[in-house]
Design a protein around this ligand. Structure first.
Ligand code: ADP
Length: 589
């Protein structure tokens, strides 16, 4: 099939051949005609010499002038080239009538040419070029008085020249025909050598446009197309490299965008969602599709575009999305030279707010816990100072109270310090393989008297041997003591406290079960909070600080273990201290 370039090449070559043929043909045909005419003129001038004309004039003066003239001319007929196409004639100068000649058929048909007219007026008529159908020459034969007696002439009907011209023309036409065929074939061949590599480049370019950088384009020649192919290959290589780099950057950004803790949502100039990351969706509590309008995502949060665009800064807004509290930073997002979108960066401050809240609560609790003993100390001290008549016993009792309250404050401060150290990981733990059985039995022995004082039965069901755990002995002693002591404190006379153990592949549990007062279900989740007490009066009376369980939990967590509190109000509680085994292969379950 002809492609555009094929067509153009064919057209160019065909036009070239045709124009060359026209130029050559015209030149050739003109030259042939010129040559013929020159030849005719030469023949005429070589025959019609002044001598011959004189001879002719002499014979013309005779009685049968015309016949004599004809006879002489007949003698010259070969030199004159007389044949069927060329004739000579003798004319009467007055009537222009044909008197005699080589072709009598001219008698009635001889036209009076401009040359004959010239001859009638006494001039030799030899202007050949002006004639169309024929060319001729006409010579006046004058008498002594200078009067024109006859006109002799030669007339060629140009048939030979026309034949020659026609032959030439047909040769040229044939040459043109073959030339055109050759041109078409050549142009197809030529265009093929040009277009094939271009076609290959085109299909290669289409493959690259579709993202396939596979094979390189083959270089077949060192000409301009070869150079173009090589340049194209280089360009494709650079492009592939650049695209890979861009892809890598995009992937990096995408990964960052997907996994960043902050939420990001970008909007175009019309407020339609362009990008959103999973964190933002999670914070807003819904999945968002691209194109969602701003007003639907942040209802009631109208941002004056000028506010952020005027100074190019961001604005900060607190926004509540369901149960979450968000801090949103809005900043302009440059999309094009003229259009600015909007970028929203979302921080989830729910936890931070809770933390702030619990800090405030903690400070309030500490103040409260310290104020109570301080008020007592102040009261008793003031009374002691102001009253002079107090008896010794009362004085002693007051001082005892002051001492007790001071101890309480000291305990609170000591526990707070312990917690702070645990919070900031400043509590040094000397971890070593520890026998929980020995520690627990020791604590049980120490607590025995206290239990009896509370009219409780303290029992143990520990196995003969417990697997070793990695622990700081002193801290673990502190934890177990606290748990057993709570089981004793928050118990009823006649009740019991039992210490047992459970061993599994990965962990060792020390379980302290009591038949005490228990904890209401709603209080259970808060039991490990600092200063949280269920039975406040009992806790105070027994010198509790409300920090024991919080400290125990922190210590257990720092041992890679856990503390579980289960309780039924009015029936008793079960506390499980879970330790990872020192010889365990896997993680504690
Ligand atoms: P406290 O110094 O007051 O004992 P803890 O942190 O050890 O502080 O305990 C917090 C609160 O949990 C206690 O005030 C008590 O109300 C409750 N509690 C702890 N252990 C038990 C238990 N075995 N039975 C019932 N209540 C308990």
């Amino acid at each position: 099939m002809f492609r555009s370039l094929h067509m153009k090449l064919v057209l160019v070559l065909v036009l070239l051949i045709i124009s060359v043929m026209i130029v050559v043909g015209t030149f050739l045909i003109n030259s042939v005609a010129e040559y013929n005419i020159d030849d005719f003129r030469e023949q005429m001038s070589s025959v019609f010499t002044p001598e011959l004309i004189l001879t002719l004039e002499k014979h013309a003066a005779g009685e049968h002038g015309a016949v004599s003239v004809q006879e002489i001319l007949e003698a010259y007929s070969t030199q004159l080239g007389i044949d069927s196409n060329r004739a000579f004639y003798v004319l009467d100068p007055f009537s222009g009538k044909y008197l005699s000649g080589s072709d009598d058929s001219l008698a009635g048909a001889l036209e009076i040419t401009p040359n004959i007219v010239s001859a009638i007026s006494g001039e030799v008529g030899q202007d050949i070029r002006k004639l169309d159908g024929s060319f001729d020459v006409a010579i006046p034969l004058k008498d002594e008085a200078g009067e024109v007696r006859f006109i002799v002439g030669v007339r060629d009907n140009k048939a030979e020249l026309n034949d020659l011209t026609w032959n030439l023309f047909s040769i040229l036409m044939r040459a043109m025909f073959f030339g055109l065929i050759a041109a078409i074939l050549l142009s197809i061949l030529l265009s093929k050598t040009i277009t094939t590599p271009i076609e290959r480049l085109t299909s290669q370019a289409s493959r690259i446009a579709a993202g396939d950088f596979g094979d390189k384009a083959q270089i077949y020649s060192t000409d301009e197309i070869g150079v173009l192919t090589e340049t194209f290959n280089n360009m494709a290589e650079v492009l592939e490299h650049t695209l890979e780099e861009i892809d890598g950057e995009r992937n990096k950004l995408d990964t960052l965008f997907r996994h960043m803790a902050d939420g990001v949502a970008a909007f175009d100039a019309d407020g339609a969602l362009l990008h959103v990351n999973p964190a933002a969706e999670q914070m807003l509590g819904r999945s968002l599709s691209i194109g969602t309008p701003y007003e639907e995502i942040f209802p009631n949060l109208y941002i004056e575009k000028d506010d952020i665009e005027s100074d190019g800064k961001f604005i900060e807004v607190d926004y509540s999305a369901g149960a979450r509290m968000l801090k949103i930073f809005f900043a302009p997002l440059r999309l094009t030279e003229t259009a600015n979108g909007l970028m929203a960066v979302l921080h989830d401050i729910t936890e931070q707010q809770k933390l702030d809240e619990s800090r405030r609560e903690f400070v309030a609790n500490v103040s409260h816990e310290l104020r109570t003993p301080l008020t007592n100390i102040k009261g008793y001290t003031d009374t002691l100072i102001e009253s002079d008549d107090l008896d010794k016993d009362t004085e002693k009792r007051f001082l005892g109270v002051i001492s007790g309250e001071t101890d309480r404050m000291a305990r609170i401060v000591k526990d707070l310090l312990t917690l702070t150290r645990l919070d900031y990981n400043r509590m040094e733990m000397s971890m070593e393989p520890t026998d929980l059985r020995a520690i627990t039995l020791g604590i049980k022995e120490a607590m025995q008297i206290d239990a009896e004082n509370h009219e409780l039965t303290l029992t143990q069901e520990l196995p003969d041997k417990l697997p070793a755990v990695m622990a700081d002995k002193a801290r673990i002693e502190q934890v177990i003591t606290n748990i057993v002591s709570n089981a004793v404190k928050y118990n009823r006379p006649g009740g019991s406290v039992n210490i047992s153990a459970a061993v599994s592949d990965a962990q060792v549990d020390i379980i302290v079960r009591d038949t005490g007062i228990g904890i209401p279900k709603e209080d259970l989740p808060r039991i490990f909070e600092r200063f949280y007490r269920v039975d406040k009066a009992r806790s105070r009376a027994s010198g509790g600080t409300g920090l024991g369980l919080a400290i125990s939990r922190e210590i257990m967590l720092q041992h890679g273990g856990d503390i579980l509190f289960d309780s039924v109000f009015g029936e008793g509680s079960t506390v499980t201290l879970r330790f990872p085994r020192a010889d365990a292969k896997g993680e504690a379950k």
